[in-house]
Write a protein that binds this ligand. Structure first.
Ligand code: BG6
Length: 486
């Protein structure tokens, strides 16, 4: 008896995400023999392609976006599992056609994953049509839906979207994707904290002075202005990626690595965050942003933000968390820094308290993935201390194991039914609850909000972001990529 087929249905199959991320990820998993067999991929979108044209377009996409992995001979085998249906996601009858095509390909009971790689305005119609055509019942096999970002535009729309999804799917069927959670280095935060004994005892208010989460991007808004100008950096990066990184760094240890145990702790953490004071926020836009194609000439959309927040629980009471992210900055750097407190008493008479660098632990998420621990050492033959760096780099320690793309891990997890790295409905809403008041205040120009300032593209960002820390007697501690500096 052959196994039940697994069918991966992609809505929005002619789009960029499918060619750039989904197909390379599935193809890699196919080459590594990690996909269940039989495995079929069915693309749906408006473009009038045949099955063969779909395959040819995806092959061209592989040549463009993932040429290194395109192994001779394997593509042909993979391409045999690709099928296509031209269809309009808002026309119910097209779901009838999809249902028929699926029945024809599956030839019996099958598992199905529906991937919404579409513009957000199609999320609800697709989900409703899947419900209306009875394509979500699990008697013949599991049915799952993966929802891409952005998940809502604010708290109210995220809640409405959750409601619309829950009217059709049960929560265990829903996988809200945040690709940051699929990054190896993000996953490693939990291993670093909870598979070692020496870090967790100092991971709290008694030893930690502050935590910094920096997600600097070098790219500017590029060709995505149409989306970005309505979103801005808080929606694009903070509500999802930065809040997820924050919860991994600050959450309590779950009792098991099971999806709900992990997600319960993450939600608990997000709910412990004190409402963010507007005075502790910085918003900025890079010079020249308004001249980009697709951006309103008088746009006040921030392309950079920084903020300070506090977690009101026993572990973190009084420890500031500083978060920043922006586009068009000097270089790409995603880094989480835990700055420890200075020793309670410095007995070395040649060490100036003001110059003394505390211990710093830096988790480099990208691009030079690794972990650094900076500590003080006495300089030989001198009455001086200097910071030295204990470094771990993935590229040298795991030479034989290349870093997979985040999508590869996440798609496999969704296929296997492991939702630990996907956001639950309460998690999404908890995160919006924190960001929404800032967005509203900024967008309505409420009194007391920080002015929108400018920064030079290619710089380290606005000086106001530095002042946010300076007024607390702190500085941004950039370690990744600076390790060999004196
Ligand atoms: C996306 C944002 O979610 O993440 C983009 O929409 C951003 O604006 C991207 O550039 C960053 O992802 P990564 O993996 O390059 O850090």
């Amino acid at each position: 008896m052959t196994a039940k087929p697994t069918v991966f249905v992609i809505f929005g199959a002619s789009g960029d995400l499918t060619a750039r991320k989904l197909i390379p990820a599935l193809y890699n998993s196919f080459c590594k023999e990690r996909l269940p067999a039989p495995f079929l991929i069915v693309g749906v979108s408006r473009t009038q392609w045949t099955h063969e044209e779909f395959r040819e377009n995806l092959r061209a996409g592989m040549e463009k976006f993932a040429p290194d992995v395109l192994q001779d001979g394997k593509w042909e085998a993979f391409a045999q599992s690709l099928y296509y249906l031209p269809g309009d996601l808002t026309i119910p009858n097209d779901f009838d056609r999809l249902k028929n095509l699926l029945a024809e390909l599956e030839k019996g009971p099958a598992n199905r994953l529906y991937y919404l790689a579409t513009a957000p305005r199609f999320f609800v119609p697709v989900v409703q049509n899947l419900g209306a055509y009875e394509m979500v019942q699990e008697q013949a096999g599991w049915r799952r839906v993966v929802i891409e970002k952005p998940f809502g535009h604010d708290l109210a729309s995220a809640q409405a979207l959750n409601q619309a999804i829950h009217a059709v799917f049960q929560e265990h069927q829903v996988y809200r994707i945040d690709h940051y959670l699929g990054k190896e280095t993000a996953q490693n935060i939990l291993f670093f904290r909870f598979a070692n004994t020496i870090f967790e005892p100092v991971w709290n208010r008694n030893y930690v002075d502050n935590v910094q989460i920096m997600v600097d991007e070098q790219v500017d808004v590029g060709h995505r202005a149409g989306y970005y100008d309505r979103a801005g950096v808080l929606r694009d990066m903070f509500q999802n990626h930065l809040m997820q990184l924050l919860s991994l760094v600050a959450m309590e240890p779950p009792a098991s690595f099971e999806a709900d145990a992990v997600r319960n702790e993450k939600v608990k953490l997000l709910r412990s965050i004190r409402p963010i004071s507007l005075a502790d926020t910085v918003r900025a836009q890079y010079d020249g942003y308004c001249a980009a194609e697709g951006v309103a000439p008088d746009s006040t959309t921030p392309t950079f933000a920084a903020l300070k927040l506090y977690v009101d629980n026993w572990r973190w009471q009084g420890v500031p968390f500083y978060l920043r992210s922006g586009k068009a900055l000097a270089r790409k750097n995603t880094e989480i820094v835990v700055e420890f407190k200075k020793p309670p008493h410095l007995m070395f008479d040649f060490v100036e308290d003001a110059d003394f660098t505390p211990n710093i632990l830096s988790l480099c998420v990208q691009p030079d993935e690794g972990i650094h621990l900076k500590f003080e050492a006495k300089v030989p033959d001198r009455r001086e201390t200097r910071s030295v760096d204990m470094e771990f780099h993935y590229r040298s320690s795991f030479k034989a194991e290349p870093m997979p793309d985040a999508y590869e891990r996440l798609l496999l997890d969704a296929i296997r039914g492991d939702a630990s790295l996907f956001t639950r409905s309460d998690g999404i809403e908890a995160s919006w609850r924190l960001i929404d008041p800032i967005l509203q205040a900024w967008e309505q120009n409420r009194p007391g909000i920080p002015p929108l300032v400018n920064y030079v593209p290619g710089s380290l960002g606005p000086v106001e972001a530095d002042l946010l820390l300076q007024r607390d007697g702190r500085i941004w501690r950039r370690v990744c990529g600076h390790e060999h500096e004196a």
